[in-house]
Write a new protein. Structure first.
Ligand code: AMP
Length: 416
């Protein structure tokens, strides 16, 4: 299958060739013709599958049609949960629209709004946005959403995890009822299906990988290790493997900072990326990591969401996520676009239960390995003794019964 056979116009074929894509990815093969037919689409696809081009290319083709388009305000709205993802989508939109005069911009919080307002006032065809800033600027009357023809909800599962459900409802109320809707999500919970029912009209469902499964190209390994020995083990793995580009996940911002400091103390260049870092610091860390100046990027789940890092060879879960779907998202950072990758999890005794939840979601067991010199000795009792308020199995700590509440609250805990 070629991009031309999918029905894309020459100005898009030129842009795709310039990007060096030789053939469309599976999601593109499925999504592009449907979108061109103006169907609503419900797509199950993770980052790394080429889904951005999958919705952007046909969107550009649709928007390029039509005579009076210059007079109209925002004609396509792409909602994404995080700033980084929004910024990356805009980069892609600009690349794919190089050979048209379609105008696009991005708005997200954490940076000065004035340049965003100026660009919007000049009029744009495609607006990429995170929910908070979008509502804020719309409330100031900077732009109208009355003429939106195509509405894209990207990473819908993460939107809900981050507590954006109410904002999304408000945004949808601002859109005209007659519009084309495209919803992308890596996982499909009951809540996502509910959101899809509300948003989409007679959607066609497409899927590129089995639901909630991990890409086959990813080799997954789990090491049992005592919590206090994790830092030593990760440094040994990175040093002995001479790994150059490693994305490491921690559960907390504090944990990310602590680990980054320890890496730097061992002369391993590292940077942390999480919600307490300024937008400038995050952009700088990501750029340094992509260029190879920074070997280790330590990230929390939210901050890492949607990062476009092609061909990432190693992802390490320094701590396992307590939401199993987050594991799927995390390891989706490796083995991208046909390249193989390795996802390693360091599992302390208190995380064994998280691992079981993950295995249940994946429908597969993971083999637990033990590194020589790092044989675990901790018992569950040791952990409970040390951290009575943090332990998930301690009923008084509110552990397991609270685990989803934290993530689905009204937006406090997980905004990046
Ligand atoms: P996405 O899933 O949209 O985040 O895309 C993941 C990566 O795949 C990005 O770096 C894209 O530039 C790249 N990509 C998208 N489509 C193709 C394609 N047809 N061939 C090769 N790479 C692609």
């Amino acid at each position: 299958m070629t991009f031309k056979e999918l029905g894309l116009a020459d100005f898009l074929l030129k842009a795709v060739a310039k990007k060096g894509y030789t053939e469309p990815s599976p999601i593109q093969v499925k999504a592009i013709p449907l979108i061109l037919e103006r169907k609503d689409v419900l797509a199950s696809a993770q980052t790394g599958t080429g889904k951005t081009a999958g919705f952007t290319l046909p969107m550009l083709q649709i928007l390029a049609r039509g005579e009076q388009r210059r007079k109209k305000p925002v004609r396509a709205l792409i909602m994404t949960p995080t700033r980084e993802l929004a910024a990356q989508i805009l980069v892609n939109v600009k690349e794919y629209s190089e050979f048209t005069d379609i105008r696009s911009t991005v708005v997200f919080g954490g940076v000065n709004a004035n340049p965003q307002i100026r660009t919007l006032r000049n009029g744009v065809d495609i607006l990429v946005a995170t929910p908070g800033r979008l509502l804020d600027l719309h409330g100031q009357g900077v732009f109208s959403l009355n003429s939106v023809e195509i509405f894209v909800l990207d990473e819908a599962d993460r939107m809900l995890d981050m507590g954006f459900a109410r904002d999304l409802n408000k945004i949808m109320d601002l859109l005209p009822t007659r519009r084309q809707n495209l919803l992308f999500s890596a996982t499909f919970s009951k809540e996502i299906r509910k959101l899809a029912n509300k948003t989409l009209h007679n959607p066609v469902s497409i899927e590129v990988a089995p639901e909630n499964s991990t890409a086959e190209m990813i080799v997954q390994k789990a090491f049992r290790v005592d919590k206090p020995k994790k830092t030593e083990l990760i440094i040994k793995m990175i040093s002995e493997g001479n790994w150059k580009q490693v994305l490491v996940f921690t559960r907390t911002k504090h944990g990310a900072n602590k680990l980054t400091k320890k890496m730097i103390a061992k002369n391993i260049s590292a940077a942390a990326i999480h919600g307490n870092k300024s937008q400038g610091a995050r952009t700088k860390a990501l750029a340094g990591f992509k260029k190879g100046d920074i070997r280790i990027l330590v990230a929390t789940d939210i901050a890492a969401r949607g990062l476009d890092i092609p061909l990432l060879p190693h992802v390490i879960n320094f701590e396992l996520p307590n939401i199993p779907a987050d594991y799927v998202h995390r390891i989706g950072r490796t083995g991208r676009a046909g390249a193989s990758g390795e996802a390693i999890s360091l599992v302390s005794i208190d995380e064994v239960e998280y691992l079981r939840d993950i295995e249940k979601l994946l429908g597969q067991k993971m083999k637990m390995e033990i590194m020589e010199g790092f044989e675990p000795t901790e018992t569950e009792a040791d952990i409970v003794k040390k951290k009575p308020n943090n332990h998930r199995r301690n009923p008084r700590s509110g552990g397991s019964s609270n685990k989803r509440k934290f993530h689905r609250g009204s937006g406090g805990g997980r905004r990046s």
